[in-house]
Ligand binder design. Structure first.
Ligand SMILES: [Zn+2]
Ligand SMILES: [Zn+2]
Length: 171
């Protein structure tokens, strides 16, 4: 699988937004939550994802490069809010009232649940899976083949249900 190199200026811009929003949250919440680790390794059509246990945000490098500041302003607060909600409230619905509050009241951004970037360049060879909550899942062809061969199953990190194949994504 090829790696996408993110230009340094974009990486700096991501970091700036992340730090600014985190500081805003720590001031509001009177907390000292640390800076999450960022990885530019999110694949498929998903813009970004948050990993609670690792305090980590994964960013789709292709969608970041294509959408630049729009991507940063939308995806960074969105994923940071998922981490903050989990740390602050424990288990909560992925885009529930705690997340909405974190977005709007604490971070001062509009609480859009989904992103609407043009995903045509990243849409090839991913497969749509459904879980029992509202999250959309995209599996790579490698993972999809493992499911088809019965070698592996994947679970939604929010609802823990086993992902079910819906249909093949098209260009
Ligand atoms: Zn989300
Ligand atoms: Zn789920």
């Amino acid at each position: 699988m090829k790696t996408v190199r993110v230009p340094i200026a974009l990486v700096q811009s991501v970091m700036r937004t992340l730090r600014e929003k985190l500081q805003q949250a720590n001031l509001y919440l009177n907390t000292n939550y640390p800076e999450p680790t960022l990885h530019y390794n999110q694949r498929g059509t998903i813009a970004g994802s948050a990993y609670y246990a690792n305090w980590e945000i994964r960013i789709n490098p292709t969608l970041l490069i294509e959408n630049k500041q729009n991507f940063i302003e939308e995806v960074i607060p969105h994923e940071l809010a998922h981490l903050l909600v989990n740390r602050h409230f424990g288990r909560a619905a992925p885009h529930g009232k705690e997340w909405k509050w974190m977005m709007e009241t604490v971070l001062g951004v509009s609480a859009k649940r989904t992103h609407h970037f043009d995903v045509s360049t990243v849409k090839a060879k991913t497969f749509r899976y459904a879980c029992q909550c509202e999250e959309e899942h995209q599996l790579t062809i490698r993972r999809h083949n493992k499911v088809l061969r019965g070698e592996n199953q994947y679970r939604c990190r929010h609802c823990q249900s086993i992902l079910q194949f819906i249909e093949q994504s098209k260009f």
